[in-house]
Design a protein around this ligand. Sequence first.
Ligand code: PRP
Ligand code: URA
Length: 211
Amino acid sequence: MSSAAENVRVIDHPVIQTKLTELRDYTSDHRKFRALLNEIASLMVYEVTREWPTTARPVQTPMERTTGRVLARRVTLVPILRAGLGMSDGVLHLLPDARMGHLGVFRDEKTLEPVSYYKKFPPDIASTEVLLIDPMLATGGSASAAIQVLKQSGVGSMRFICLVAAPEGIEAVHRQHPEVPIFCAAIDRELNEKGYILPGLGDAGDRLFGT
Ligand code: PRP
Ligand code: URA
């Protein structure tokens, strides 16, 4: 993957777009926001995992013995706290065997620089497929910092899943981590002077948790 465009996959399925539009709506309260966020995350998993390798596994059906296929590698889901938590249940719904790591990162409201404050990963995370999740990719500072932490922990294979991405954030992540694929449901127009995505959906963490 050599350009930002090649590194990004917009999953523009009609059902996802319908739910994303409801999510953007400022009248959606935290209960609806939470449900929609998980539903969209679930729907995105199909496309995000499409190229994962599988391995043969014998299975005895009620009729005869045959060979099925299962995911070749274990999966670790890593939400970026807080808002990434809002997508976790949706992803786990389809990948119930996944383990979870947690990464606490918030961005300083004045400088917009990421501040890391928490990290807890499964001990064997380096040998697993990692899905890093956060609904918002704005300046790209938080995602880039999170990817850096995962790399320092030995992770070689990861994908970043977000809902709404700003061109600035895609560019920033691509510049620092060109090999990490980004999956999103929409690429929005731009950031405003406070680093919020336009048209965006506002502050994802606040809307999710009602803060
Ligand atoms: C939001 C969002 C991302 C980050 C994106 O988190 O969930 O983590 O901002 O912005 P960036 O691309 O410019 O870094 P926030 O910092 O509001 O923390 P919170 O989820 O704890 O509220
Ligand atoms: N974080 C959010 O939650 N929303 C934005 O628009 C930008 C960063």
